[in-house]
Design a protein around this ligand. Structure first.
Ligand SMILES: [Zn+2]
Length: 367
């Protein structure tokens, strides 16, 4: 379709946003790859491709449809394959780009998916948020995820991969994460990243902040003006607005043991320091041997981050259980996904959403 025809009938606001995107400052040149750890500590790895494989460094493709690797069949040098056409399947899951298998010092296998960052993002956005959300929220997530990934790449050092495929970095599901709407959100923001003074930022994000995002300096000692915490209306729509979790004391005690605290009982429980946004920094427990102070994020991780959705909670002992009554889900730093959806529902653009959650930043384009 000719450009003039496409622009006819486009609202003036969108027209200027499009023109603005064309003139974003460029901060890098050339295509950008990313190396994602998709499987770790595997005894065997199975590759499948209905069209056959291409092996890195070989001009002739191989016709086999399935290859099985074990520590014995992978030497000291990694092996790299991609599908001749379409997705390559690794242990039954589909991926774009190259798959690299490396033998680790413990004799197990690490599998890395090495692919263009835009292809990677296609498998991220639909795995992170529902594809049926407002399109501006999907685009805000695409830009935040691209920025986060690029920051991880630039700070990866000598690690063989740049980023994990799990919630510990950001969820990447390969072909299973792809959805036409989220793929379009990636394409329409192609190369766009968030910068502060020309540098790509660590664009942390989370599910639902509980009403105010957290200052990264309070939680992790990362003191940046764009990660200070802002008001958020996610509570109006978030599925994780309020929650309650009851943890039996034996479960609590065994979680504390995992963290290295040896105690046999818990007589009293209370909150220690709380950030100005309301997130709990530490928890005080009195037991028959004395009193201990436990960082709330550590206890949350030991109990399971899905079990205790956030550290934005009240806590009391009741009937042999520790009762957590909380709000929100995730660490609370940076973009709030449910808050972004709430802003998009009110008609805000993805640029406005990003500048709300990362104040003082601007957008640039990697090429
Ligand atoms: Zn929020």
């Amino acid at each position: 379709m000719p450009l003039r025809k496409q622009l006819t009938g486009m609202p003036a606001k969108n027209f200027f946003l499009l023109i603005g995107l064309l003139f974003l400052p460029a901060i890098a040149r050339g295509s950008e790859n990313i190396r994602v750890a998709i499987f770790d500590n595997q005894k065997t790895v199975t590759l499948r491709s209905s069209s056959g494989f291409i092996k890195a460094g070989q001009s002739v493709g191989c016709k086999e449809k399935q290859l099985i690797f074990s520590a014995a069949s992978v030497g000291s040098q990694p092996v790299r394959f991609k599908s001749a056409v379409g997705f390559i399947r690794v242990n039954g899951k589909g991926y774009r780009g190259w798959v690299e298998i490396r033998k680790k010092s413990n004799g197990r296998l690490l599998v890395i998916n090495d692919l263009d960052i835009e292809d990677y993002l296609q498998g991220v956005i639909g795995a992170e948020i529902p594809p049926e959300w407002k399109f501006e929220a999907l685009k805000a997530q695409a830009v935040a995820s691209r920025t986060y990934a690029l920051y991880q790449k630039r700070t990866a050092g000598n690690r063989p991969y740049h980023i994990l495929a799990t919630v510990d970095s950001q969820v990447y599901a390969g072909s299973r994460g792809e959805h036409p709407k989220t793929v379009r959100a990636v394409r329409e923001t192609r190369g766009v990243v968030i910068v502060y003074h020309g540098e790509v930022i660590p664009a942390f994000y989370h599910s639902s902040c509980g009403g105010h995002t957290e200052n990264a300096a309070e939680l992790w000692g990362i003191d940046e003006p764009y990660l200070k915490g802002v008001d958020c209306d996610c509570q109006k729509i978030s599925k994780y607005g309020v929650w309650e979790k009851r943890v039996p004391l034996p479960v609590l005690i065994s979680a504390l043991r995992k963290l290295g605290y040896r105690l046999h009982d818990v007589l009293e429980i209370g909150l220690g320091n709380i950030t100005p946004s309301g997130h709990v920094k530490d928890i005080i427990l009195r037991h028959s041997g004395g009193e201990i102070t436990v960082p709330a994020e550590n206890l949350r991780a030991a109990l399971g981050n899905t079990e205790i959705p956030s550290v934005f909670f009240e806590l009391e002992l009741s009937g042999g259980e520790a009762v957590f009554s909380g709000r929100g889900r995730g660490h609370g730093v940076g973009l709030c996904q449910w808050g972004a959806q709430e802003m998009a529902l009110r008609g805000f653009s993805y640029q406005a959403i990003l500048s709300h959650y990362y104040p003082g930043t601007s957008l640039a384009r990697i090429k």
